[in-house]
Ligand binder design. Structure first.
Ligand code: SF4
Length: 349
């Protein structure tokens, strides 16, 4: 049965049109699914009971199943979603007053293998389809954020979104119907073909680059993908990335004690970003004694010193002490725990 989740208004209307008496009925159905996050045809109270039953026999409205949701002391909630084939992934909602940021997963694992990331340490997993990506958003919106005035979506959950461009593109087309592209960020470890793919799309979300080191040698150490997509080529692609007015590229920089946290490193990062409308999110490492016991978070003074050196060099900086630490929902901690496996051999390098 065709699942109508993860499908644009136009496409839903086209699918439903042959089964309704008037064209506007098909758009009504699409409106319920795309904009009102309906879970069943029974929700569609402005359709006749007979039509609702008929549509229910032809189509399904299926989201992932919520296996668990865990609230953090800081207000964020981590969701564990089970997909139709039993695979599990995680998503996080982070409310902030009338705003909310929803962190979505794009893959059930990650083959990129960044050494500071639990998802990467657990190995590769399959691509999520558009309905599985949009379903995470629908569930989180229904659960807690229907009234939020401003919604931001970040593809910073499990997986490398630019290794899943087909389904990501379809999901973005649906998400753009209710969330402005300028409020959606796709974060990548630097998959060059993916960055170029994004650059060519007619409507683009914001781009974030996971940088994490000021030079190729050190970047390659923590991000093995850098061997395939070297830093200089990545920076060329970033410089060529078309930016809408007022937009900037975000660079994420996980700060690791004694590895990339020196004031000189901050100066090198500032030099690397010169001429690029950008901002840097400094993310003190979320330690994980099991998967990377040798990596430590710098102390607060070092973090402050690093951020200050960037600012002094003219860079816009935010220090992000990750939300959801107490429920393992912070950056690099998502694992979809029921299906995790260790498959270093599956890594993309
Ligand atoms: S940081 Fe992102 S790209 Fe790197 S391993 Fe983790 S999920 Fe994959």
């Amino acid at each position: 049965m065709t699942n109508l989740v993860g499908t644009t208004t136009e496409r839903i209307a086209a699918l439903v049109a042959p089964h309704v008496d008037r064209p506007f009925r098909a758009r009504q159905v699409a409106h319920w699914i795309v904009r009102r996050h309906a879970v069943s045809f029974d929700d569609m109270t402005d359709l006749s009971l007979a039509l609702r039953r008929q549509l229910g026999d032809l189509f399904e409205i299926r989201d992932p199943e919520v296996v668990a949701s865990t609230a953090s002391g800081d207000g964020s909630t981590k969701y564990l979603f089970r997909l139709a084939d039993g695979v599990t992934v995680e998503g996080v909602s982070m409310p902030d007053g009338s705003k909310v940021t929803l962190c979505l997963s794009s893959q059930a694992g990650c083959a990129v293998g960044c050494t500071f990331c639990v998802t990467g340490a657990l190995g590769a997993g399959r691509n999520l389809t558009a309905d599985e990506i949009v379903g995470q958003y629908r569930i989180m919106m229904r659960s807690a954020h229907a009234e939020a005035e401003r919604i931001n979506i970040v593809f910073m959950g499990m997986g490398e979104p630019l290794l899943n461009t087909t389904h990501l593109g379809d999901a973005l087309d649906v998400l753009f119907e209710t969330v402005s592209p300028k409020r959606i960020t796709v974060s990548t470890a630097g998959i060059l073909p993916g960055v170029r793919w994004l650059a060519e799309r007619p409507r683009r979300p914001k781009l974030a680059i996971s940088l994490n080191a000021p030079d190729q040698d050190r970047r390659r150490e923590v991000m093995p993908i850098s061997a395939r997509y070297p830093l200089d080529e990545l920076m060329n692609a970033v410089r060529a990335f078309p930016l809408e007015r007022g937009r900037r590229i975000t660079f994420e920089y996980v700060l690791i004690r004694g590895f990339n946290d020196a004031v000189d490193d901050a100066v090198s990062v500032a030099r690397l970003l010169r001429g690029i409308p950008s901002k840097v999110n400094v993310i003190p490492l979320n330690e994980d004694p099991v998967h990377f016991p040798h990596l430590r978070r710098p102390d607060e003074r070092t973090v402050d010193g690093f951020a200050r050196a960037l600012r002094d060099a003219g860079v816009t900086v935010t220090v992000r002490w990750s939300k959801g630490l107490d429920v393992a929902a912070a950056c690099g901690q998502l694992r979809g725990r029921h299906q995790a496996r260790s498959t270093a051999g599956d890594r993309v390098t």
